[in-house]
Write a new protein. Structure first.
Length: 83
């Protein structure tokens, strides 16, 4: 182990980052299309996406970390992976 980070913390951060990137791709692709269909200039979506992803990034990190680090589900997943 290079950094000696425990597995539950590694899983929580990795899944959080994956979720943030996934949702930013989804919102980045759909928000301009939604604004265009509403008759609003799609260029206005850039700042909206930044604000949405800042808030959603914090929320996702807290939810995923709580799920993996402070719940029976997280303990079961880690036990299954470690053995």
């Amino acid at each position: 182990m290079l950094f000696k980070v425990p597995l539950p913390e590694t899983l929580a951060i990795t899944l959080s980052l994956f979720s943030i990137v996934f949702f930013s791709i989804i919102f980045g692709a759909t928000l301009p299309l939604l604004l265009k269909s509403l008759g609003v200039d799609p260029a206005h979506s850039s700042t909206s996406i930044q604000v949405i992803m800042d808030i959603l990034g914090v929320v996702l990190t807290v939810v995923v970390s709580t799920l993996f680090l402070d719940s029976p589900f997280g303990e079961a997943v880690v036990y299954r992976l470690v053995g």
